[in-house]
Ligand binder design. Sequence first.
Ligand SMILES: *[C@@H]1O[C@H](CO)[C@@H](O)[C@H](O)[C@H]1NC(C)=O
Ligand SMILES: *[C@@H]1O[C@H](CO)[C@@H](O)[C@H](O)[C@H]1NC(C)=O
Ligand SMILES: *[C@@H]1O[C@H](CO)[C@@H](O)[C@H](O)[C@H]1NC(C)=O
Ligand SMILES: *[C@@H]1O[C@H](CO)[C@@H](O)[C@H](O)[C@H]1NC(C)=O
Ligand SMILES: *[C@@H]1O[C@H](CO)[C@@H](O)[C@H](O)[C@H]1NC(C)=O
Length: 642
Amino acid sequence: MRLSGLSLLGLASYALATDNTSLPPNEIRQVTPYAVKKPPLTTPWTNKVGTNPWPEYPRPQLKRSAWKNLNGIWQYQNAADLDALASPPFGQPLAHEVLVPSCLESGLSGIQANHTLYSWFTTRFTIPESFDDQNVLLHFGAVDYEATVFVNGQKAGFHRGGYFHFEVDITELVDVDDENELLVFVHDPTDDGDHVIPIGKQRLIPAHIFYTPCSGIWQSVWVEAAPANHITRLDLDGNMDGDVTVTVHSATDEGAPVKVKVYDGDKEVGSAEGTSDESFQFRVDNVQRWSPNAPKLYNVTVTMDDDEVHSYTGFRTISKSMRSGVLRPQLNGDFIFMFGTLDQGYWPDGLYTPPNQDAMVYDLKFLKGLGMNMVRKHIKVEPALFYRACDELGLLVFQDMPSPRPLQTQKDAHGVTRDILPNEEQQEEFVRQLELLVNQFKSYPSIVAWVIYNEGWGQITKDYPEFALTDRVKELDPTRLVDSTSGWIDHRAGDFSDNHHYANPQCGTPIYSLPSRPHDSSRIGFQGEFGGLGHNVSIEHSWNVQQSINQINETYELDATLEVWNDRSHLLLTELKDQILKYECSGAVWTQTTDVEGEVNGLMTYDRRLKRVDEQQWKDDIQALYDAAAERAGSTEMKRQL
Ligand SMILES: *[C@@H]1O[C@H](CO)[C@@H](O)[C@H](O)[C@H]1NC(C)=O
Ligand SMILES: *[C@@H]1O[C@H](CO)[C@@H](O)[C@H](O)[C@H]1NC(C)=O
Ligand SMILES: *[C@@H]1O[C@H](CO)[C@@H](O)[C@H](O)[C@H]1NC(C)=O
Ligand SMILES: *[C@@H]1O[C@H](CO)[C@@H](O)[C@H](O)[C@H]1NC(C)=O
Ligand SMILES: *[C@@H]1O[C@H](CO)[C@@H](O)[C@H](O)[C@H]1NC(C)=O
């Protein structure tokens, strides 16, 4: 199936992964075989990834039984520019074997390239007999940033947006009796030139708080069989009273008959009929509610004409309400104090792609084990299986929209310094992708709030677009809270008065201390970031890149020993507890889960091999926050709920 020639002849031409147009003619081309490249730091999972990565079904909320995983060893080569699209290398071997899914810049890709703005990927696949005569859908979990897809020499589709799933119906292009060629052209500018696109923390030239970029096919690729009129999206919401709200989106046939069944284990506990592309509601009696301490999920089966998919939901309600004179976030009608980490989802071996499911869940279990009930998924969107894991473990998620590049300045042609912010067209694209985020992820029960802007990054300051964006998000998803601006540039939009302050918190406090402003009592008091205590580690736990090591000192605090680091943690968590008792603090986010590149302020090191936390002390300090919140809210009920 693979085209690879394992001969070592001709390999010299491919010593540099960044070779572009200087390829030898096809007939003498050899393909460099796949091997993990040694990354600047490994994890315990680096050597467990192998060549069949991410075997799990990638989309747990819209699962079909007839599917085939296309992850594995593909071929890759760099391209010079967009003009390469005019002559796709159909039927040709490409220069290097590459692991899919992966970021081209990661060691796990086998490429570990730099500056891969344009690239080709190819693989060959057959259609399983189990697909019968059904349509063939080709799915990509996510490709950063633009993907042009060809099947057997024909253009099959195009997608823009580095964090989102897309599907292409390739029925007309595939040969069910023979091998098929899949060729993908990827353009990922990151922050090159004038591009202002959602990139989160990726930078072509990483520096301190900005990290190595991720280019290419970084989430799973698979094909599955479905009828021509199939379910393309399923919007599912279960509330605390057992009401299920469903919209079944169809590929071709609005108004097709739809049937939804809800199961508790094997037992059917509710069902309803409706029509596609229209919202409908029904009630399941006596539901067990979903919450962080009892994350009960129910399986759901949906049929539409001849299509059947498996999904799941949890029954919970997110709201806000005045409690003893303070505006509070509520889960299932009770004030819930939310505490968790800033979770960036970076890996030294895989960058954006976690090495495997175990590695991904390891972080979440560690946080849950310390008593946290929330994570803030920071300007990155994870593979769907991450949210499934949060649903199962009972971890609430504050989901950030990945920011366009932050406020930076550059000199224009006249030597005038100006901010780089999205222009009108770039802003439209940002909004379109924000809508993709909400629509693709709104059915995961664990997501509790959407965060639109982080610290003013990419936030247009004229006309305050966060107000209209907050309305838009609430229109697409009326079941959640919106944290419109997390930190810094706050014009009072959205549900949260979200302050960032380092190292100590100023959560719901009436303190003016730039860049944080006094708490606005008309919104929920929230500490979107604090902590960030640093502690340097020996080279075997460090991101071994000289420029990153040189920038470790560009931080507010480095504690000499772990004892000091834990002392300081205790002090900051105690100060937070004090603010909960005295002021209007309803939740806080500690920076951060792990070290990332030149940042050495994680609860764990970047390789996940060293935990900085004194676990018992942290557990006690975190429990004390929930107790303080219950005391402040005058509720003993809440204590038990947590
Ligand atoms: C491609 O390689 C050629 C020759 O090595 C070089 O001049 C050119 O700048 C490269 N183009 C890109 C986009 O890297
Ligand atoms: C990566 O490419 C950029 C832009 O060409 C260059 O400035 C940088 O030094 C390169 N980094 C490495 C690690 O090679
Ligand atoms: C849901 O279905 C899966 C199999 O698809 C099964 O493993 C799981 O136990 C079911 N969960 C519930 C809550 O019924
Ligand atoms: C941090 O540790 C590294 C070794 O891992 C060392 O090279 C570097 O100088 C240290 N930096 C600071 C600021 O302590
Ligand atoms: C950090 O350390 C580098 C040398 O590794 C030095 O050049 C730089 O001035 C230091 N920066 C600060 C803020 O201390």
